[in-house]
Design a protein around this ligand. Structure first.
Ligand code: BGC
Ligand code: BGC
Length: 613
């Protein structure tokens, strides 16, 4: 551990049978507006160019010239899902890239350091060798806020090891329809659980204070109603992602807002408005949502960062889109490549009087508050990466916490004749299925690349097959075939099936039934006449009827990440499962959308279901 205080927050929480409670309340975050005297002084020295620069966030590999950080006085840079350093993907290269870009900010007249943002949504997931935690859907099934806070702390530490100081997390979406490709980014379909775990994640990422060198700025996303879009309202009349959330304001507040209320109470200092619309109006264009509700009513004092090219969807004329979004309350714009155009257009909009100077000053004030709170303006503190943290990057200690998260996230849905826990002393266990020996499938989307990928995508983790081999006795023979053939003579079969990696709109699906190949692997195993455990790797509940009937035991493992031993812990009874569903499990596609509180609620497995041994 790099410091003894790293897990201090976990002590704030207390787990009981009934749930998890904050013992001593949230750590007292200094109000961001308390930095306003310093901010005002700095703002008074700034030119319009310098102010607009603070509001501009290009992507690292979209920079035409690294010196543009100086020329455009950039306030921030991001790495999106496919934005590796040009030297390749390594801890070293990421750190060098961050330092190089940050150094440019020091050459500007005012020397205001940049915020560097990255999608650290389940660990520092773009960087090879980082520990990859379960995606939020699995964490929801743990119901363990202290654990979620701990994961946030470790993620912050691994992000900081590369110098990066901002994570686009937590996602406090409340997915209402499993066909959505981002279902796994949400903790739960239940706003109350999202509220509790979102708050814990903010505490973990931001720590007790934003000025802690082991904290990162957190970002609650995607505001608001991203998980509530109407099926068929997305681009081209298909799917859900980036579509239209057609609900009245009371419903929006009841389902989709609570996560933001608690994140703001927890001190979250940035929020990302969403791609989706609310009743036909893009969130990024809605003054009602951004200014009236978030800033005025909820008292949010931090800043808003738009989503990747999201403001482009407001109007075909880019300049018009910029004006509408900034006037609605957007403070910083994620403009991966055309940042020069954005810069010039916004300047013109100010000169023309379309965007009032007061709005620019408000946006920059909000950004600078956060920079002061993070002590980025403290000349005695270097914004350059602390490479001492490389030592704990992807460390066994960090992996141990991920392993605990995995075993707590698993939900046992079926266990006939008490097949589980399996004996470590069985003579032979046959393992099968396309995801039994595949770290990439275990991790899902947002892993090393935006969409994720099957195969050995990152070093250091343990596949489920490897974890089983590690767990059993010396005498046990563990055999493997992808398609489930060759199981004859084994005592037990374990089949690992499910979804291959995807992210965002590419994961929207009209049909969530199990693949033919997966079904065949289970059927082949059953032909050997042995008891079979089915493990499902997926970003959401799927239509499992056939495999559920064939499997003697069934475990929903979600997208567990790199630490497959957490699955072996449950299989062999080193951990008595505690995970319970954070989503209702549908019987058929016709039942979707299905959510807690529906009239005639009759899922295959209810919200909260989960067996123990
Ligand atoms: C996603 C965000 C993400 C951003 C930056 C967008 O496409 O919607 O969740 O933070 O890209 O990668
Ligand atoms: C980027 C992601 C981003 C997505 C938006 C990808 O190319 O890598 O970060 O979320 O585009 O569509």
């Amino acid at each position: 551990m790099a410091s003894t205080g790293v897990y201090g927050l976990a002590g704030l929480f207390c787990a009981t049978a009934a749930g998890v409670f904050l013992l001593t309340g949230a750590p007292t975050m200094t109000k961001l507006s308390s930095y306003d005297p310093q901010v005002k002084e700095l703002l008074s020295k700034m030119t319009l160019d310098e102010k607009i620069g603070q509001m501009t966030q290009p992507e690292q590999d979209g920079l035409k010239d690294p010196a543009d950080v100086e020329k455009y006085f950039l306030g921030s840079v991001l790495s999106g899902g496919n934005s590796d350093p040009k030297e390749g993907n390594s801890l070293q290269a990421w750190t060098d890239m961050y330092d190089r870009i940050q150094r440019h900010s020091r050459n500007t007249r005012l020397g205001i350091p940049i915020l560097y943002g990255v999608d650290a949504v389940h660990g520092h997931n773009n960087v090879l060798g980082a520990v990859i935690f379960p995606h939020n859907i699995g964490l929801g099934c743990t119901r363990n806020a202290a654990l979620v806070a701990k994961i946030g702390r470790i993620t912050a530490e691994e992000v900081r090891a590369t110098g990066i100081n901002w994570a686009f997390a937590p996602c406090v979406t409340v997915p209402q329809d499993e066909r959505w490709g981002r279902t796994y980014e949400g903790f739960s379909e239940d706003p109350q659980l999202v509220k509790t775990l979102g708050e814990a994640a903010v505490h973990g990422l931001q720590g007790v204070s934003l000025s802690d060198p082991l904290s990162v700025l957190a970002c609650a996303k995607h505001y608001v109603g991203d998980g509530g879009t109407t099926y068929g309202s997305a681009k081209g009349g298909k799917g859900l992602d980036q579509g239209d959330t057609r609900v009245d304001e009371a419903t929006l507040r009841r389902i989709h807002l609570p996560g933001y209320v608690s994140a703001i109470q927890a001190g979250v200092a940035s929020i990302m408005p969403s791609y989706n619309s609310w009743n036909g109006v893009k969130c990024s264009a809605s003054k009602r949502l951004l200014t009236e509700i978030l800033k005025q009513e909820l008292g949010f004092e931090g800043f808003l960062i738009s989503d990747y090219n999201a403001i482009d969807q407001i109007d075909p004329n880019y300049k018009t889109a910029i004006g509408v979004s900034i006037n609605a309350g957007m403070d910083m714009v994620m403009v991966p490549t055309k940042y020069r155009v954005f810069f010039d257009d916004l300047k013109e909009l100010v000169h023309e009087g379309t965007v009032p100077m007061a709005r620019i000053d408000d946006a920059v004030t909000r950004i600078l508050r956060v920079k002061f709170a993070m002590q980025l303006m403290d000349k005695s503190r270097s914004p350059i990466a602390d490479r001492g943290l490389h030592k704990s990057f992807g460390s066994p200690e960090h992996r141990q916490v991920a392993r605990e998260a995995v075993r707590e996230s698993l939900v046992v849905l079926k266990n006939e004749h008490k097949l589980l826990p399996l004996s470590k002393g069985a003579a032979r266990i046959h393992v099968a299925g396309k995801s039994a020996d595949d770290i990439g499938n275990q991790c899902g989307g947002w892993t090393i690349s935006w969409q994720g990928q099957s195969g050995a995508v990152t070093p250091g983790g343990t596949t489920i097959l490897a974890a089983i081999r590690e767990a059993v006795s010396k005498q046990t023979n563990v055999t493997f075939s992808k398609d489930g053939t060759g199981a004859t003579g084994a005592n037990i079969g374990v089949v690992v099936i499910g979804e291959k990696p995807y992210a965002e709109f590419q994961g929207d699906r009209a049909d969530l039934s199990i693949d033919k190949d997966d079904l065949a692997a289970v059927t082949n195993m059953k032909k050997a006449g042995i008891p079979v455990v089915v493990i499902l790797i997926s970003g959401r509940p799927m239509i499992i009827n056939d495999v559920l009937a064939q499997g003697d035991s069934f475990i929903a493992a979600w997208l567990p990440g790199t630490e497959g031993q957490g699955i072996a812990d449950v299989l062999f009874g080193d951990y008595n499962p505690t995970g319970t569903l954070s989503f209702s499990w549908p019987r058929s596609m016709a039942q979707i959308p299905i959510n807690l509180g529906d009239r005639n609620y009759d899922p295959l497995f209810k919200y909260g279901y989960g067996l123990r041994y």
